[in-house]
Write a protein that binds this ligand. Structure first.
Ligand SMILES: [Zn+2]
Length: 480
């Protein structure tokens, strides 16, 4: 259908799906290159040594001192009260109001919001049922931006494929059927293309809907949602995630030559636009206040679960980093800014707008840090900048985190919201953590406070506060 009323968003949606397809490449940093850098070895090493006592103070304060357990407590209070915070909902805006008040109570020097126009997608009621060879309810979640079934029940036979190549080779069997994607899960980066493009690929051969195996290595019969996008030239057909168990069931039945029929009903639809907000707060720099170290996570979440892991943890260690710096009376030279993004799950909308609107200050943004791949036990950070001196500075600073075993530096970036800033030349950094279980819970009803751990959140807060403070406290911004 041609009348997509959200022209500006379609490009952005496409970009997002493209981004997450790319498996980030990172390499472990080799400090040998630092030995041949004269200024680093004389001046900068000394600057970092001079702030080592401050870094230790941060660690002690957060991990074993007065703030021990506080990030967990604050996050629980927030996600237990507000639950999921889906883009375009009044509940997300109430959660943002709460955060503004919370940041003001912690006396951040500046607290403000920046408006962001977001598209509104409504899930509505949805159900699906296998009706042949037997009746069995299917746990489904419509995928973001999916169309619904227009008030009727859509019934059809199923074709099960493992790959887009198989879909293409069997394209003549597809017309009038639901396509079930039962790919072999290898990694999120490799598998998410079926979620992102599965409906469009199926629609081009005349499918009536796409049922996509949830993108997860682990399942207890829970569907995992996420965003998908329609290509310009295809009919928009309903797109839902199904559980790993049901995808495999379909796979086994089809392999035995048994015909499968499914019925599905979905109210999913677009509903215009709404105004949301990025939530910003700052500790103003003592001498280089126009230079910025940015820490961030997204406040919005999917509409299932509590968004405690994705990305409550990342958002909360970000603003808590500023609170810790403030409470300890530390005075960084440059400004430390926390941004709690909005509209991430529906296509990095808040972050994209931020990068556009702040384009003139990006040359003075020393680093853009983002935590959005879990706040499990931290191991260090990634750094995307290619300048060797900058890499050595970050590595030297991370050595001060040895007491909490979070000194590892990897070169590259995981990114997502900070992608737009990195595209414009700002070095990016992600929080590295032991997140093997991240995709167990991601975008599912299982993303609740139960996934989070008190001590891990303390350690992540300490890494975030120490890194942000350290990079804001040294004499010069990171060279590019
Ligand atoms: Zn996220």
């Amino acid at each position: 259908m041609a009348n997509w009323p959200y022209g500006p968003f379609i490009i952005l949606v496409t970009i997002q799906v493209f981004y997450v397809d790319l498996v980030p490449k990172t390499t472990t940093f080799d400090p040998i290159i630092c030995e041949s850098l004269p200024k680093f070895n004389t001046e900068i090493r000394q600057q970092i040594a001079n702030i080592s006592a401050d870094i230790q103070k941060i660690i002690d304060y957060v991990v074993n001192g007065p703030d021990s357990g506080l990030t967990y407590k604050e996050l629980a209070l927030f996600v237990d009260q507000f639950g999921s915070r889906f883009t375009g909902t009044a509940n997300l805006e109430s959660a943002i109001d709460y955060m503004v008040d919370r940041l003001k109570r912690d006396k951040h020097d500046k607290v403000y919001t920046e408006n962001v126009t977001v598209p509104v997608w409504i899930r509505g009621k949805e159900w699906a049922q296998m009706v042949s060879p037997r009746n069995k309810p299917l746990n489904i979640l419509s995928l973001g931006y999916s169309v619904g079934t227009n008030g009727s029940v859509l019934t059809g036979d199923v074709i099960v494929v493992k790959t887009f190549d198989e879909l293409k080779s069997r394209s003549e069997e597809v017309r009038g059927k639901f396509v079930v994607y039962n790919y072999d899960f290898k990694s999120y980066g490799e598998s998410v293309k079926y979620r992102g493009q599965g409906a469009s690929q199926a629609a081009q051969y005349g499918a009536i809907g796409a049922l996509i195996r949830s993108v997860t290595p682990f399942s207890i019969n829970s569907p995992h949602t996420g965003m998908q996008s329609y290509a310009n030239n295809v009919r928009k057909i309903p797109a839902v995630s199904i559980t790993v168990e049901d995808a495999e069931l379909f796979g086994r039945l089809a392999a035995s030559g048994i015909n499968i029929t499914v019925s599905i009903s979905m109210e999913a639809r677009m509903d215009g636009e709404a105004v949301s907000r990025n939530t910003v707060s700052e500790i103003t720099g003592s001498s280089k206040l126009d230079e910025v170290v940015l820490v961030s996570g997204h406040l919005d979440s999917w509409d299932v679960g509590q968004g405690a892991m994705d990305d409550g943890g990342g958002a909360f260690i970000s603003w808590r980093a500023l609170s810790v710096i403030k409470k300890l009376g530390l005075k960084p030279k440059r400004t430390v800014r926390s941004v709690l993004w909005t509209g991430e799950e529906m296509g990095l909308i808040g972050a994209q707008q931020y990068a556009q609107q702040h384009i003139n200050e990006l040359s003075k943004m020393s680093i853009a840090m983002e935590s959005d791949i879990g706040t499990f036990t931290p191991t260090g950070i990634t750094y995307s900048g290619q300048n060797t001196t900058a890499q050595c500075i970050v590595n030297e600073l991370l050595k001060l985190l040895k007491p909490i075993n979070a000194s590892q530096l990897r070169i590259g970036s995981e990114g997502s919201d900070i992608d737009y800033l990195m595209d414009k030349g700002v070095p990016g950094s992600s929080l590295d953590n032991r997140n093997d279980r991240y995709f167990y819970f991601h975008h599912s009803a299982g993303d609740t406070m139960t996934v989070e751990n008190r001590r891990d959140l303390d350690l992540c807060t300490a890494v975030w506060a120490a890194t942000a403070y350290g990079l804001a406290a040294i004499d010069d911004q990171l060279p590019r």
